[in-house]
Design a protein around this ligand. Structure first.
Ligand code: UDP
Length: 234
């Protein structure tokens, strides 16, 4: 019996399972940029992202972060807890890059006085617009205590991951997280892969993330494989 597809995203498909509290995630070989307007297939990408995300989520779980992951069932499939996803992309920045550099005409790589947390409202139709705390509150997207909790978790995750990647000679420039509600708790959902973070080699400052695809500056699969190799190197 094939499972019923309930959502087809840019990088992952989501299926129902026999258990109504659990969903099946299938990582796809597709990469998109410009909010899906540019699309390309990269055989092997799904497996790489599933493996990379698993290593990072395992590390976060070991360090007390609650997540939706239950277990992996193949190299590109994961069983997850079904949550009520909060429709916010939570972006944390340690250094200037991407849209922040464009918006304020700043130099890529510039260090920030403190990490920045930004919210974007998840909507393909609207191209994920920036949204501030007071809009999140007024539109009923999340409560003040949920906003505070999400920001606090993002900072905690940042502290853990900056150390984790520095150990692999990688600088964590910025990343995007998503959260979901489950049983009166907020837990980390989605994935953590080079699709949704910026990682720079500490020596060369070369990108080891989706900027390779966005800026057409190298081979995506080769680059993501390099990240996985660093994470698994003894
Ligand atoms: N990001 C993401 N999904 C999005 C937008 C951004 O995962 O829909 C990630 C992106 O990979 C980067 C961080 O969030 O690590 C900050 O992205 P930025 O706002 O600079 O966006 P860009 O215009 O560069 O995609």
């Amino acid at each position: 019996m094939t499972n019923e597809l309930i959502y087809s995203g840019k990088a992952k498909d989501l299926f129902k399972t026999e258990n109504e509290d659990e969903l099946l995630v299938v990582y796809k070989d597709q990469a998109t940029a410009l909010n899906g307007k540019r699309k390309e297939m990269f055989p092997g990408k799904g497996e790489l992202n599933c493996n990379i995300s698993t290593i990072i989520f395992d590390y976060l779980i070991k360090n007390g972060i609650k997540t939706h992951v239950i277990k992996n069932i193949s190299e590109h499939e994961q069983l997850i807890k079904k949550t009520e996803v909060i429709p916010l992309e939570v972006v944390l920045r340690n250094r200037v890059s991407g849209s922040l550099a464009r918006k304020f005409d700043l130099i890529d790589g510039e260090t920030l006085e403190t990490p920045i947390i930004e919210f974007y409202f998840k909507s393909d139709k609207l191209d994920d617009p920036f949204i501030n705390d007071s809009q999140v509150l007024a539109l009923g997207i999340a409560t003040q205590s949920e906003i505070d909790y999400v920001k606090n978790q993002a900072l905690k995750i940042n502290d853990l991951l900056v150390k984790f990647f520095a150990d692999k000679q990688l600088d964590l420039i910025d990343f995007k997280l998503e959260f979901g509600r489950l049983d009166n708790e907020i837990i980390l959902v989605d994935e953590f892969s080079p699709d949704n973070c910026r990682l720079w080699d500490q020596t060369s400052h070369n990108s080891l993330d989706k900027d390779i695809f966005r800026q057409k500056k190298g081979d995506l699969v080769e680059t993501y494989q390099k990240v996985l190799d660093r994470l698994t190197a003894k």
